[in-house]
Design a protein around this ligand. Sequence first.
Ligand SMILES: *Cc1c(COP(=O)(O)O)cnc(C)c1O
Length: 361
Amino acid sequence: MRSWVEVSLGRIRANFRAVKELVGPGVEVMPVVKADAYRHGAVAVSHALESEGAKWLAVSNPEEGVALRRTGSQSRILVMADFLADERELCATHHLTPVIHSLDDLAHVRIPYHLKIDSGMGRLGTRAAADEIAVAVKKAAAPLEGLMTHFASSGNFENPQTDQQIARFQSVIDGLRSAGIQPSYIHSSSTIPIAYRRTEAWGNLVRPGHAIYGYVSPARGGPANSLKVAPALTWKVCVLEVKEVPAGTLIGYGGIHRAVRPMRIAILAAGYADGIPHRLGNRGQVIVQGKLVPIVGAVSMDLTTVDVTGCDEVRVGEPVLLLGSEGSVSIDAQQMARSAGTISYAVLCGIHARVKRVYVD
Ligand SMILES: *Cc1c(COP(=O)(O)O)cnc(C)c1O
């Protein structure tokens, strides 16, 4: 294999248990396995989580839910990112639970559903007042099982937006309760409000994605992270060629790196088509034999060049690490994202499908 990721299912299970322990027995944990489980592979990850006791999983669209059903998932599956008209039927036939985002859509719903409130993020969700929602919910042909919202700025404790969203969401919950409507599930927390213990936002169900894969983004202001998780994914790529080049040699597209001394370079069998951010050209690092070495020149579509002058003999076919740890050094998706000017979520989701997944315990 030229390039592959090793996903530790034991680590995924341990991260899930860490979230469960943090939120305690009164709060259900619904791991988010959308986008092919942030590229860790939704089928294998979902089965590992189900075997660990997950009763709910969350996906983005019906197709992702159907893929899990076809491979035997028995848990409840929440479909979070809305539907097009031609996708509606899939939910009923595959026992998926839809999230409804507008009161108009309530007229079409025939199976238990969750309703999303836009409490201030300005994206999906109804902005209707509680009394209007109550009327529509009572008219609907199926029961309201859950009420949810999503935060725009939970990572910034200096920004009042989250408290405002919590207050707005609570006013809808209270308004519905006065109208005699009490959904079984109330949920609004993704990884950050879980990890930084914004307990007033937990409700009785939480929706961690990033944490399941071993990441908690740093937050601005606020308390320390209470959640101990570790990355489940290691990304490896093989060395295709090793060669010595004289001082002055230009490396790769655009000649953006010039060797200032005689240099030994290794050419790696992955590039931006595999998900290595193009922006890492001349700025990223990889781990060769337990040492951090720099990417030199541009990242190409299928190839990346690194400077291994300081390493012992590097052999053709030897794997090096794009993400992972070896010896005393490590590179995780947050570090790669910082070098590339992006976010860790985009680094993980950017790992291309042609990069094989290998599962380890
Ligand atoms: C993706 C997503 C989550 C999970 O977010 P993380 O930050 O990865 O934990 C939770 N809720 C909704 C609505 C999402 O779209």
